[in-house]
Design a protein around this ligand. Sequence first.
Ligand code: F6R
Ligand code: MG
Ligand code: MG
Length: 377
Amino acid sequence: MKITLSVIKADVGSIGGHIKPSAKLKGTVEEFVRERGKKLLIDCYVSSTGDDVALLMSHERGIDDSKVHELAWDAFMAGTQEAKSQGLYGAGQDLLKEAFSGNVRGLGPASCELEFEERPGEPFVFFAADKTDPGAYNLPLYLAFADPMHCAGLLLSPKMAHGFTFTIMDVNHTEGDRVIELNAPEELYDIACLLRDNERFVVESIRARATGDVAAVVSTSRLHNIAGTYTGKDDPVALVRTQGNFPATGEVLSPYRLGHYVAGTMRGSHNGPLMPVKLNSTISFFDGPPVVTGAAFCVHEGKFTEPVDVFDHPFWDWVRNNVSQKAAEIRQQGFSGPAMLPYSELEYGGVVEKLGHLEKRFTVRKEDGSGHRHKAA
Ligand code: F6R
Ligand code: MG
Ligand code: MG
């Protein structure tokens, strides 16, 4: 059976700052999708990660289906009404346009979708991250699909020996989708060369070269590029099929033990380590640290099993302690150097404005010694 998995997520309001949506908001969104989606969807799972609500939906309508996208948009509109009625903070924050038009892309919510022929056993992991942007998945996906230090299957499984094709998007290009396809392992250095720049080049999807089957997809939207001003971070979602011709679930999870530094914490303007957390986790220290959740499922004829929380295990408690230490370390240096994002990525206008004022006060010293340098008193 050919099915489509669609994830559409948005921040439409939360309690106590940019922390977590209310149970009522989530309930409203879920009820809406279940009720109105009866004819469209086979199944759905509604969850939150930090202040974002994500809808994972299964159906047979293919990717970019306007009815499915409209259902999600309308559900987030209903969630926004609920957020307003409860006085939640940032109600409707990610719904950047007045009306729905064909597809949620470019309207604010993030989405990623997979269409495939179901295997007899079809395991996959749904990842959601908060306080970061889509490039946060670059390193974990590179390591899981192209590095035998994390993916033993690249050595051990003949099915995986052909490697994977990475489709990478230049998210700075706003006039259309600017993409490149690169093959691992032959073009590993080219892949790494692009993926080092998490703010510009983002893994959009990965395919198995042996079969052409799609293995992973990531939401690539950048609110920063849609709205032109700060409206929140992108808080990306991803779907990764696992096992068989694809990396094992444990290989896909392996890179998350690093807690690599990613952009997005506090005012969308600082680097922090990506912490793998339990499902439905909240946000805390310094409006962060950036977090990622993982829900593993099997899907059969479009029906989901219950989710398994992949980061709810004693091993990840140890990782979270280490990542907390990394978060504290980088915070020691406050605004200095790599702790804060570069000029082009700052999400609030304050620094740019200040530099504008200070520009006028800079002077250039004269060569003839008439400037102030070392002038005797
Ligand atoms: C939101 C985020 C937060 C906010 C900060 C200030 O995703 O990253 O760090 O930027 O809490 O929020 P505002 O500007 O809404 O008061
Ligand atoms: Mg928010
Ligand atoms: Mg968020």
